[in-house]
Design a protein around this ligand. Sequence first.
Ligand SMILES: [Mg+2]
Length: 360
Amino acid sequence: MSAARALLDEVAENRLLSRWAALLPRPSAQLGAIHEADAELLPLDDERLLALTLDTVSEELELGLFRSAETAGRVAATAALSDLAAVGADPLGLLLAVTLPAGSPEEAQAAVARGVGEVCRAAGVAVLGGDTGSGARLALTAAAIGTVPRSGLRTRVGASPGELVFASGPLGAGNALAAAALFGRPLPSCDERAFRPLPRLREGRALRGLATACIDTSDGLCAALDQLARLNGLGVAVEHELAALLCPAAVELGRELGVGALPFLAGQHGEFELVFTLPRDRLAALALVARELDWRPLALGRTVAGRGLTLNGRRLDGAAIRNLLAECGGEPRAYAEALCRLCCEGGRDGFLLDAQLQLL
Ligand SMILES: [Mg+2]
């Protein structure tokens, strides 16, 4: 096994994905290897690439993190479109596969449609079609289809040491929602009705030719940074006060629960921001597109030679964080408690912000 593959396979989810690739045929025309992009990329006959991706919402419903079918619809649509955003695609549309609960199919259908429709209208995307079935409980899969100009190809691979690392916006909303549900803290800001992430499609497109690598934070910030580090054979140093990276809901819940910022960035119930790398000489160009979009990217830190994650000087074991849920037997409350313990071991929420990064 290659060293790069061994590094990726330290993470249990990566091992499962690699195994699928070994078990199933993969088209030779497909760009890149498994793990290397948020969406699958296939060349079309013209100067474009087809971008395909899908996401399922069922675990969140089973675990009680989402109680409403509307939230499930919203998140399924956003998750799929967010993967298109990460590769900078122009969406062509969504496909939906919905298992409606046998007892009240029409009520669930209307709620799913409200959620999916809200995201589609905000993103200017239509639903192409799909499949409907019935079962014991609601489950929902959204597939997103788009195209990318071949010249604008961007995946998770392409970063070099010494580049800047950004997030497209404040982080922690997904983990705040999960923690509020698991620990029984019904704060309005952490309620699922307040969880309305939208895919960063405009920003993803604007980063064509600027970002060298990009991934979304659907599994949380630490997983995104860890995956970028492994795929690019480098390290990531976050040099920013962690609390300042959080959305208001995570700040409020952290205060309520008495925990620091890191669990909201390390937990795997992420949000749908983009994390991207940028050479320093493109900083002015990023500032320009950010102004045009009225968008404030968050400077996180930089890529460094070496391996792994460093948060304000503190080493973080990305594999340990990402494998924790499996090690807790998939039990979410035990996972959340173990995560908080892991995050509290040593270290501090330091503040080493590079003054140059404040340009934005
Ligand atoms: Mg993704």
